[in-house]
Design a protein around this ligand. Structure first.
Ligand code: UD1
Length: 352
């Protein structure tokens, strides 16, 4: 069997790691295509080396552009990649423009298409990620769902027969990194703050960065918090703040570059709380049992909210009060699986 994975953005490299390891262990031929959507070393190359992912076989180097131009550039190049590698499965990940381009090209050329992290819904049709995931799910032949909630969404859209619950591969990666940290194989970063004495934050979503008023309110919400806020600044956040004359490095904010994945996990584990609009980090917070405030109007990861470890601050002026209002209770709930999702993905692709 030959599987062709298409990735392009940071969270996809994290999801790719356990899949690449599981495919390699099973002796499956694995072709990795990097679209080049993320190209900074800190957003891309470092993830391959830190997470021991095979080097990409193909790099399309598309870079940044508007949605149509970026997705279209990938699509134009992927047709040739598919026909020259002639895979048994095309595997796409998550909800980025790289996911959609891979899905459309594979579907048009009649290559069997599998979607990892299928069935997530925010029901917010203004989010580019929502368009990407809905369109990809409906194009795919095999829907690999991370949660029972995702399975419910797929069934509600008439997709139950193509869906299978595998668990969340991000749990696989996180457990693996924590085990390596516990055994001293991976060291923790020195942030300059003691454990429990800082908040960790990431903000990058278009809903928060692209409207200057909203962006200013989010930044001011972080700057007003009562502990240092280690803000791992995504390039999109930095460039939008520069465009609108917003000074990021003021108040409580301690500005830092994006981190390598193991460093991020260690920093998240020791933070007093996390403030983010990232889907992945909300879940990582829960898995590490670090309280989280999500600066969005909704979340796909509703389990984290139901279990009391995550709360939405739709209005950025309420970030501080939402943080103070969180009341976390110990739980051994495992809505994101047991850390063995990648093995189930390989079984599903093999049809066993
Ligand atoms: C993309 C995904 C989003 C995902 C995120 C993870 C889409 C629609 N969005 O958002 O779902 O959560 O990745 O990070 O696919 N830039 C750089 N260097 C880079 C990458 C980006 O400077 O390596 C800057 C560019 O100015 C670019 C902007 O960031 O215009 C946005 O990048 P893009 O990849 O389009 O979207 P993200 O915001 O990263």
């Amino acid at each position: 069997m030959k599987v062709l994975s298409i990735v392009g953005a940071r969270p996809q490299f994290v999801k790719l790691a356990p899949i690449d390891h599981a495919l390699r262990a099973a002796g499956v031929e694995h072709v990795i295509v990097h679209t080049g959507q993320h190209y900074d070393e800190r957003m891309s190359g470092e993830f391959f080396s830190e997470l021991d992912i095979s080097a990409p076989d193909v790099n399309l180097n598309v870079g940044s552009a508007g949605h149509g131009a970026q997705t279209g550039a990938m699509l134009g190049l992927l047709d040739d990649v598919h026909t020259s590698h002639d895979p048994d499965w095309v595997l796409v990940y998550g909800d980025t423009n790289s996911t959609l381009a891979g899905a459309v090209s594979a579907a048009k050329l009649h290559y069997p298409l599998a979607h990892l992290e299928a069935g997530l819904r925010s029901f917010n049709r203004r989010m580019p990620e929502e368009h990407n995931r809905v369109l990809t799910d409906h194009a795919a032949d095999l829907l690999l769902a991370p949660t029972t909630e995702a399975m419910r969404h797929l069934a509600a859209e008439g997709l139950a027969e193509r869906s299978t619950l595998v668990g969340d591969v991000m749990t696989d990666v996180l457990f693996d990194v924590r085990a390596r940290q516990a055994s001293g194989q991976v060291t923790s970063p020195d942030l300059g703050f003691a454990a429990g004495e800082y908040y960790l934050s990431t903000i990058h979503r278009a809903e928060n960065t692209d409207d200057p008023e909203r962006l200013r309110a989010v930044v001011e919400g972080l700057q007003a918090l009562d502990k240092p806020v280690v803000l791992l600044a995504h390039p999109r956040l930095v460039s939008r703040c520069a465009d609108h004359g917003i000074d990021l490095a003021a108040g409580a904010i301690e500005l830092r570059d994006p981190m390598k994945y193991p460093d991020l996990v260690a920093a998240a584990a020791e933070a007093a709380a996390i403030v983010t609009d990232s889907g992945g980090l909300q879940k990582e917070a829960f898995l590490l049992r670090t309280p989280c405030v999500t600066v969005r109007t909704e979340t796909e990861w509703v389990e984290t909210v139901a279990l009391g470890w995550n709360a939405l601050a739709a209005d950025p002026t309420t970030i501080g009060s939402t943080l103070r209002g969180l009341s976390t209770e110990p739980t051994d709930a495992a809505p994101y699986g047991d850390g063995q999702a990648a093995g189930r993905v390989v079984e599903a692709l093999r049809g066993t």
